[in-house]
Design a protein around this ligand. Structure first.
Ligand SMILES: Nc1ncnc2c1ncn2[C@@H]1O[C@H](COP(=O)(O)OP(=O)(O)OP(=O)(O)O)[C@@H](O)[C@H]1O
Ligand SMILES: [Mg+2]
Length: 155
Protein backbone atom coordinates (compact mmCIF):
# COMPACT_ATOMS: atom_id res chain seq x y z
CA UNK A 1 0.00 0.00 0.00
CA UNK A 2 2.89 2.29 0.77
CA UNK A 3 4.43 1.60 -2.62
CA UNK A 4 1.11 2.36 -4.28
CA UNK A 5 1.13 5.68 -2.43
CA UNK A 6 4.63 6.48 -3.66
CA UNK A 7 3.61 5.70 -7.24
CA UNK A 8 0.39 7.68 -6.94
CA UNK A 9 2.39 10.67 -5.74
CA UNK A 10 4.07 10.77 -9.14
CA UNK A 11 0.70 11.45 -10.78
CA UNK A 12 -0.42 14.23 -8.46
CA UNK A 13 -0.25 17.98 -8.98
CA UNK A 14 -1.14 20.97 -6.82
CA UNK A 15 -4.90 21.19 -6.37
CA UNK A 16 -5.52 17.47 -6.63
CA UNK A 17 -8.00 15.83 -4.27
CA UNK A 18 -7.81 12.17 -3.29
CA UNK A 19 -10.58 10.45 -1.31
CA UNK A 20 -9.63 7.25 0.52
CA UNK A 21 -12.35 4.76 1.35
CA UNK A 22 -11.99 1.54 3.29
CA UNK A 23 -12.90 0.05 6.65
CA UNK A 24 -10.95 0.66 9.85
CA UNK A 25 -7.39 -0.54 9.35
CA UNK A 26 -7.79 -0.97 5.60
CA UNK A 27 -4.58 0.92 4.91
CA UNK A 28 -5.68 4.47 4.16
CA UNK A 29 -3.04 6.06 6.38
CA UNK A 30 -0.42 3.59 5.14
CA UNK A 31 -1.10 4.65 1.56
CA UNK A 32 -0.92 8.30 2.58
CA UNK A 33 2.47 7.66 4.21
CA UNK A 34 3.80 6.43 0.86
CA UNK A 35 2.23 9.43 -0.82
CA UNK A 36 4.05 11.73 1.57
CA UNK A 37 7.33 9.97 0.80
CA UNK A 38 6.69 10.24 -2.91
CA UNK A 39 5.87 13.93 -2.67
CA UNK A 40 8.90 14.56 -0.47
CA UNK A 41 7.11 16.28 2.37
CA UNK A 42 8.19 17.05 5.90
CA UNK A 43 7.02 15.09 8.91
CA UNK A 44 5.82 11.55 9.42
CA UNK A 45 2.37 10.80 8.10
CA UNK A 46 0.42 9.28 10.96
CA UNK A 47 -3.22 8.92 11.75
CA UNK A 48 -4.60 12.43 12.18
CA UNK A 49 -7.71 11.21 14.00
CA UNK A 50 -7.36 13.61 16.88
CA UNK A 51 -6.41 16.67 14.90
CA UNK A 52 -8.68 16.11 11.87
CA UNK A 53 -6.12 17.60 9.50
CA UNK A 54 -2.38 17.95 9.28
CA UNK A 55 -0.30 19.92 6.80
CA UNK A 56 3.02 18.48 5.61
CA UNK A 57 5.01 21.14 3.76
CA UNK A 58 7.11 20.12 0.80
CA UNK A 59 10.85 19.79 1.31
CA UNK A 60 11.53 20.41 -2.37
CA UNK A 61 9.33 23.29 -3.52
CA UNK A 62 6.48 20.98 -4.56
CA UNK A 63 2.92 20.92 -3.26
CA UNK A 64 2.25 20.45 0.45
CA UNK A 65 0.35 17.36 1.54
CA UNK A 66 -2.84 18.13 3.47
CA UNK A 67 -3.90 14.92 5.22
CA UNK A 68 -7.44 14.99 6.55
CA UNK A 69 -9.29 12.42 8.65
CA UNK A 70 -12.93 13.31 8.14
CA UNK A 71 -14.23 10.52 10.39
CA UNK A 72 -15.53 12.99 12.98
CA UNK A 73 -16.19 15.76 10.51
CA UNK A 74 -19.96 15.86 10.67
CA UNK A 75 -20.71 19.00 8.77
CA UNK A 76 -18.67 18.35 5.69
CA UNK A 77 -17.10 21.11 3.70
CA UNK A 78 -18.09 24.06 5.88
CA UNK A 79 -16.38 22.50 8.83
CA UNK A 80 -13.37 21.73 6.70
CA UNK A 81 -13.11 25.40 5.76
CA UNK A 82 -13.47 26.29 9.42
CA UNK A 83 -10.36 24.29 10.16
CA UNK A 84 -8.54 27.36 8.90
CA UNK A 85 -5.63 25.37 7.59
CA UNK A 86 -2.68 27.64 7.13
CA UNK A 87 -2.28 26.53 3.55
CA UNK A 88 -3.81 27.09 0.14
CA UNK A 89 -5.74 24.01 -0.96
CA UNK A 90 -5.30 24.81 -4.70
CA UNK A 91 -1.55 24.73 -4.11
CA UNK A 92 -1.63 21.49 -2.14
CA UNK A 93 -2.39 17.84 -2.62
CA UNK A 94 -5.36 17.09 -0.37
CA UNK A 95 -5.89 13.51 0.82
CA UNK A 96 -9.02 12.75 2.83
CA UNK A 97 -9.76 9.59 4.79
CA UNK A 98 -13.46 8.95 5.39
CA UNK A 99 -14.31 11.86 3.10
CA UNK A 100 -17.06 10.26 1.02
CA UNK A 101 -20.15 12.40 0.94
CA UNK A 102 -18.44 15.19 2.82
CA UNK A 103 -15.74 16.88 0.77
CA UNK A 104 -16.60 16.23 -2.87
CA UNK A 105 -17.49 19.89 -3.31
CA UNK A 106 -13.86 20.81 -2.82
CA UNK A 107 -13.17 19.91 -6.42
CA UNK A 108 -14.94 18.72 -9.58
CA UNK A 109 -11.88 16.59 -10.23
CA UNK A 110 -10.93 13.94 -7.77
CA UNK A 111 -9.56 10.47 -7.33
CA UNK A 112 -11.56 7.89 -5.41
CA UNK A 113 -9.39 5.16 -3.96
CA UNK A 114 -11.31 2.22 -2.50
CA UNK A 115 -9.36 -0.26 -0.40
CA UNK A 116 -10.80 -3.65 0.43
CA UNK A 117 -9.38 -6.53 2.37
CA UNK A 118 -9.02 -9.59 0.21
CA UNK A 119 -10.97 -12.55 1.47
CA UNK A 120 -9.81 -16.05 0.59
CA UNK A 121 -11.99 -19.11 0.40
CA UNK A 122 -11.07 -20.41 3.82
CA UNK A 123 -9.29 -17.58 5.53
CA UNK A 124 -9.07 -13.87 5.58
CA UNK A 125 -5.87 -12.91 3.86
CA UNK A 126 -4.78 -10.40 6.47
CA UNK A 127 -2.09 -8.60 4.55
CA UNK A 128 -3.69 -8.56 1.12
CA UNK A 129 -5.60 -5.57 -0.15
CA UNK A 130 -7.60 -5.01 -3.30
CA UNK A 131 -7.55 -1.41 -4.44
CA UNK A 132 -9.60 0.32 -7.06
CA UNK A 133 -8.79 3.83 -8.22
CA UNK A 134 -11.36 5.88 -10.10
CA UNK A 135 -10.67 9.30 -11.55
CA UNK A 136 -13.55 11.77 -11.73
CA UNK A 137 -13.60 14.94 -13.83
CA UNK A 138 -11.64 16.33 -16.75
CA UNK A 139 -8.37 16.17 -14.86
CA UNK A 140 -8.46 12.36 -14.99
CA UNK A 141 -10.34 11.83 -18.24
CA UNK A 142 -7.39 10.75 -20.40
CA UNK A 143 -7.65 7.00 -21.00
CA UNK A 144 -4.14 6.41 -19.70
CA UNK A 145 -4.29 8.90 -16.81
CA UNK A 146 -3.91 6.15 -14.23
CA UNK A 147 -1.83 3.73 -16.29
CA UNK A 148 1.22 4.14 -14.04
CA UNK A 149 -0.67 2.46 -11.21
CA UNK A 150 -1.22 -0.77 -13.11
CA UNK A 151 2.29 -1.98 -12.55
CA UNK A 152 2.41 -1.63 -8.78
CA UNK A 153 3.12 -5.04 -7.37
CA UNK A 154 0.98 -6.52 -4.66
CA UNK A 155 2.72 -7.77 -1.57
N1 LIG B 1 -1.32 -4.71 2.46
C1 LIG B 1 -1.47 -3.85 3.48
N2 LIG B 1 -1.68 -2.54 3.25
C2 LIG B 1 -1.86 -1.68 4.26
N3 LIG B 1 -1.82 -2.01 5.57
C3 LIG B 1 -1.61 -3.28 5.86
C4 LIG B 1 -1.43 -4.27 4.85
N4 LIG B 1 -1.25 -5.45 5.44
C5 LIG B 1 -1.31 -5.23 6.75
N5 LIG B 1 -1.52 -3.93 7.02
C6 LIG B 1 -1.66 -3.35 8.37
O1 LIG B 1 -2.98 -2.84 8.49
C7 LIG B 1 -2.97 -1.61 9.22
C8 LIG B 1 -3.50 -0.48 8.35
O2 LIG B 1 -3.59 0.67 9.14
P1 LIG B 1 -3.90 2.11 8.59
O3 LIG B 1 -3.73 3.02 9.75
O4 LIG B 1 -3.12 2.40 7.36
O5 LIG B 1 -5.44 1.95 8.21
P2 LIG B 1 -6.53 3.08 8.02
O6 LIG B 1 -7.35 2.63 6.86
O7 LIG B 1 -5.91 4.40 7.94
O8 LIG B 1 -7.40 2.95 9.35
P3 LIG B 1 -8.36 4.05 10.06
O9 LIG B 1 -9.72 3.86 9.45
O10 LIG B 1 -8.33 3.65 11.49
O11 LIG B 1 -7.80 5.40 9.81
C9 LIG B 1 -1.53 -1.37 9.64
O12 LIG B 1 -1.35 -1.88 10.93
C10 LIG B 1 -0.73 -2.17 8.63
O13 LIG B 1 0.51 -2.61 9.12
MG1 LIG C 1 -6.19 6.15 9.03
Amino acid sequence: MQELGRTLAGLLRPGDLVLLTGELGAGKTTLTRGLGEGLGVRGAVTSPTFVIARVHPSLSGGPALVHVDAYRLGGGLDEMEDLDLDVSLPESVVVVEWGDGKVEELSDDRLHVVIARAVGHEEVLDDVREVSVRGIGARWSAPDALAALQGVSAR
